[in-house]
Design a protein. Structure first.
Length: 525
């Protein structure tokens, strides 16, 4: 069996730096706690070279020199942990978040079972190199170790920089030079061992097992096995996420849209990168903006949130496209106060595949079409752009606007449908005003467009009414009548060829019962 471990040193700092590349290479300090109890929670190597240590007060840290500082963000650490798990999932489906050694320890470690992965990804050295490269793509500087059991891999990743591959049955020898504190034993046990003069894993592993059990019990036995690198256990696999998240706490409230989109772009790039790592895309994006409350003196106030959801017609994984859609949406629905935190959630789905035909016309790209529709909607108003869909109602002309989706065409889609349309009613818009001569309450002749036409046959009436409970009620009697063709300007586009003898056509007429007026609504084709 073989296990790999990815360890992110200075995790709290890297969780901030991965979303702010301008901080790379600079001394960075992460603070925690409200003033005047603000303390240094995390530092990077550049800050430690200036003399900054964890636990210092903010005043002591600032006295060490010029450096960048940020507040600790649990939400950014949670999304950074999710990104670290994504890196492990690119190699193996059996992964586990590293154990927390203490209350303040961070989720900076992930372990994965790589047994059998050599056939797909190559040697252990190649797998470790790939893991380190993928982690660098999402903004992490990591240490990677491979060993025969999970605990040995964790200790090696925490203790050695770069890539470490421990040969089989060499765990005790290689881990022996590491200090005991890297294993993260309880402070009482660590203090006891230091009193015995034991400071490294090798010194602890050299102690007799029976003597350790007699003095430290079963808990001491477990840590003794860890020091020798012989603790065998099974991983508890982590479930694959149902959604991908990225968030950022802003140091200062942002009220300008351009500045807000600058930060949103960084989060979208990380989201799309993580989606591409799993060959996935997204068709739903939800952004939550936490707003600055108007009354800063209120202590027990709920955080105001501005939530927008984008449901995309096709799966996408391009950050620029998503950023443009969010820009248009936020322009139409701007937040009502300065933004203090940004949280974006992407629902994963399978990537879109297209198979173009040689004899099919090219259609516009769905991404470009969606941006165009969003721009038009910003101009004409929300809900006024889309595909018209008939409403299940007897009200004439009732329809609603649904989202327009550009459907992919294929060879099969060009075939005739199983139920071909036998007749169609071509509607005149607006309907033609008419006068109808009745005989025993039935139409006998129609006067329309300056011509009088005799009704040759008729069917009806078909009465319908509704909306009596609203401000726009309607009621009408419909008739289908066969008369000589009107040859109006509305029919000229549908005329096939002129004929010397008079042609007949089937029309629909109706009586508006509220205005008592007749209209010619359309012609059957």
């Amino acid at each position: 069996m073989a296990f790999a471990c990815i360890f992110v040193p200075d995790f709290s700092v890297q969780a901030v730096v991965r979303l702010d590349p301008d901080l790379r290479g600079k001394p960075v300090v992460v603070y925690q706690g409200a003033p005047p109890l603000t303390r240094v929670f995390g530092t990077n190597s550049a800050a430690r070279e200036l003399g900054v240590e964890v636990g210092m007060t903010k005043l002591q840290a600032e006295a060490c020199g010029v450096m960048e500082w940020r507040w600790r963000s649990p939400s950014q650490e949670a999304t950074a942990q999710a990104a670290l798990l994504d890196c492990a999932w690119t190699v193996s489906p059996r992964i586990e978040q590293g154990p927390k050694r203490a209350e303040e320890s961070l989720p900076d470690t992930v372990v994965l079972d790589i047994t059998g992965c050599e056939k797909l990804f190559g040697s252990p050295e190649k797998i470790a190199s790939d893991l380190k490269r993928v982690a660098a793509e999402v903004g992490f500087e990591t240490h990677v170790a491979i060993a025969g059991n999970p605990e040995a891999a964790i200790c090696a990743a925490r203790g050695f920089s770069g890539i470490t591959v421990i040969p089989e049955e060499k765990e005790a020898e290689i881990l022996g030079q590491l200090p005991l504190s890297l294993m993260g034993p309880p402070s009482e046990l660590l203090e006891t061992l230091h009193r015995w003069g034991v400071h490294t894993c090798g010194e602890f592993a050299a102690l007799p097992e029976i003597a350790v059990i007699e003095r430290l019990g079963q808990e001491g036995k477990r840590w003794h096995q860890l020091a020798r690198g012989s603790d065998l256990r099974s991983l508890i696999p982590q479930d694959f996420p149902s959604q991908f998240e990225e968030s950022m706490d802003l140091d200062f409230p942002v009220d300008l849209l351009d500045s807000l989109l600058f930060v949103v772009n960084r989060l979208l790039e990380q989201l799309c990168l993580r989606l591409r790592m799993h060959v996935l895309a997204t068709n739903e994006l939800k952004i939550t903006l936490t707003l600055q409350p108007g009354d800063s003196r209120a202590k027990d106030r709920e955080l105001l949130q501005h939530i927008r959801t984008l449901r995309l017609p096709v799966p996408v994984k391009e950050a620029k496209f998503l950023l443009k859609l969010l820009q248009l949406d936020l322009q139409a629905h701007p937040p009502g106060a300065p933004v203090t935190k940004i949280h974006i959630v992407a629902v994963p789905t399978r990537s879109r595949t297209r198979q173009l035909g040689l004899f099919l016309p090219l259609s516009p790209e769905p991404e470009a079409l969606e941006i165009t529709l969003s721009r038009i909607e910003n101009t004409v108003g929300e809900g006024r752009v889309g595909a018209p869909v008939l409403v299940d109602s007897h009200r004439p002309g009732a329809f609603q606007q649904d989202r327009f989706i550009l459907r992919e065409t294929s060879g099969e889609s060009t075939k005739a449908t199983e139920h071909p349309v036998r007749a169609a009613l071509r509607i005149f818009r607006p309907p033609l005003p008419a006068k109808v001569e009745l005989n025993e309450k039935r139409p006998r002749a129609i006067v329309c467009e300056g011509a009088r036409k005799t009704v040759l046959a008729h069917a009806g009436p078909f009465r319908s009414k509704g909306g009596w409970w609203s401000e726009s009620p309607w009621a009408r009697d419909e008739w289908d009548v066969l008369i000589p063709s009107l040859r109006s300007k509305y029919e000229s586009a549908f005329a096939i060829s002129p004929s010397k003898k008079e042609e007949t056509a089937l029309y629909r007429i109706y009586l508006d019962l509220r205005s008592n007026c007749w209209f010619v609504e359309g012609i059957y084709d």
